[in-house]
Ligand binder design. Structure first.
Ligand code: GAP
Length: 489
């Protein structure tokens, strides 16, 4: 990361904390690694991102419905899905520092360093060796690579490594009060399995006809070996997943369709097209016949925000085998029973939050010849902004606060509104800019005479005078979901 991008990333983290978006978890106890809390504005923004996703999936598509499955699931679920045996990361410990690392990430960091030093050939060979070792699950080879390339522990600076071992990423806990009768259960590492096990419940009770989708938003938990880059890689995070059930043989067509649909969804939030790219998976998981990541260019490089996977009939077939319950669908159009194929879209809500934050945070220089000036603005799309409008009496006297409160009382029935009367008006505008409020409604002495107010637009800083009676209609038009959703159709 260059100094400039590093500084920008640090400013994202500090801005998120300073304005009540994201706090380290249990901070008074020095925090908990890779766990974060969303503050008063962060939770509003997160709720709006969830609403955008839910509306675009469930509200706009007649053939997609949403569910809310439990986090705990029968432990056999994770046997059937392959997570008990295969949801691992290769880890290695340094015996001197007692620090634990992901072996593949240590090697990837070395590849980055070779590239930065212009040793491109060396970087390419190392990448090839790493891919080969990972493809063959060859843990001994990973250790040899680490030793051969003189990779040292960033903390101790030594090469005193343990062997590479597999580390299962699922958190386990006990269900039931009696230790001997207790059953080991897992905190779900993905929300998708809650959809698969409910496939028939939803299909039958909702009289769903293939192709159809089931959407879900919820927490997922992974005991990441190392977690870094703020809310990018967390141990407790949230996913928004949709499993789309299709006729076998049509899955690649649907995969291509969802790939385009999902990119369009991200772009509607306002980022430049150049900020996004597709990354096709070369090595496919054993159950997939196509997979692609949608990557966003974070300050630390292009990284995955969403995965789109053609998962074949793997999951339903596995659940059929382990539960001994038929997972078939009768397709009246072709008069056949079959296990549907699945195309999955899976976006991490926290990563999405970070893309939106990184894309919206702007440090603007407003200096003129006469004076130096600047502002920090969060240029959120108005539909997802945590606060839609602030109502500001120009002064604290002459009945202006009372009038402003009246306006606020009417607007808060529909929108998330802030009231602020402290400090000079310019300072209050800046405060609202910094939390991304798209509109400031100012109540001044003219308001008392003719029932009009000014609306200040966050991005242009232009002001217009409007009638109080029209405020509700105007704000609805400016911040309505329609502004985002119409771009998807
Ligand atoms: N059901 C498929 C699945 O879980 P995944 O690629 O492992 O696929 C999907 O995860 C998305 O979940 C990722 O694209 C990412 O946005 C998010 N995600 C995964 N692990 C995460 C973590 N440790 N912290 C934050 N987000 C994570």
């Amino acid at each position: 990361m260059s100094k400039q991008t590093d500084d920008f990333f640090k400013s994202i983290i500090s801005h998120a904390k300073e304005y009540g978006f994201v706090f380290p978890s249990s901070e008074i106890y020095d925090g908990l690694s890779a766990v974060y809390d969303y503050g008063q504005l962060g939770s509003e923004l997160k709720n709006n991102l969830k609403a955008y996703w839910w509306k675009s999936m469930v509200q706009l598509n007649e053939n997609i419905v949403g569910i809310d499955a439990a986090i705990f699931m029968h432990p056999t679920t994770w046997k059937a899905s392959g997570h008990v045996d295969g949801f691992n990361d290769p880890m290695i410990d340094n015996k001197d520092s007692k620090k634990r690392y992901r072996a593949d990430q240590l090697i990837e960091d070395k590849i980055d360093r070779y590239e930065k030093d212009g040793k491109t050939e060396k970087a390419a060979t190392l990448q090839h060796d790493l891919d080969e070792a990972l493809n063959n699950d060859d843990l001994a080879r990973l250790k040899t690579i680490i030793e051969d390339h003189n990779i040292v522990c960033p903390v101790s600076g030594t090469k005193n490594w343990t062997d590479v071992r597999q580390f299962n990423l699922m958190f386990a806990t006990q269900m039931g009060a009696m230790a001997d009768g207790a059953e080991q259960v897992y905190l779900r590492p993905e929300t998708a399995q809650g959809i698969f096990v409910n496939f028939l419940n939803v299909q039958k009770t909702g009289r769903m006809k293939i192709p159809f989708g089931i959407a879900q938003i919820g927490k997922a938990f992974r005991n990441e070996v190392i977690a870094r880059q703020f809310i990018m890689r967390m141990r407790e995070f949230e996913q928004m997943e949709m499993q789309f059930f299709v006729r076998p043989g049509s899955e690649l067509e649907w995969f291509a369709k969802w790939k385009e649909t999902r990119l369009k969804w991200h772009l509607a939030l306002g980022a430049d097209t150049s900020k996004y790219r597709f990354h096709d998976h070369v090595k496919l998981a054993h159950y997939a016949n196509a997979a692609v990541d949608i990557e966003y260019e974070f300050p630390f490089g292009f990284k995955e925000v969403e995965g789109i996977h053609s998962r074949t009939d793997f999951d339903l077939k596995q659940h059929q085998e382990f539960s001994k319950k038929k997972m078939q669908y009768f397709d009246p159009e072709i008069n056949q029973n079959y296990i549907p194929y699945v195309v999955e879209t899976s976006v991490g809500l926290d990563r999405l939050f970070l893309t939106v934050f990184a894309n919206s945070l702007v440090h603007e220089d407003l200096s003129t010849e006469e004076k130096q000036d600047s502002r920090v603005v969060l240029k959120f799309h108005p539909a997802i902004a945590p606060v839609k409008a602030a109502v500001l009496p120009l002064t604290k006297k002459d009945g202006l606060p009372e009038k402003a409160r009246e306006i606020m009382a009417a607007l808060k029935m529909e929108f998330s509104i802030q009231y602020d009367e402290k400090d000079a008006i310019g300072k209050r505008y800046r405060r609202q800019d910094a939390i991304g409020t798209p509109y400031c409604i100012t109540v001044d002495h003219q308001t008392l005479e003719d029932n009009t107010v000014t609306i200040r637009h966050r991005d242009s800083m232009q002001q217009e005078r409007v009638a109080i009676d029209e405020l509700n209609t105007i704000i609805t038009k400016l911040v309505g979901w329609n502004n985002l959703l119409k771009q998807l159709i």
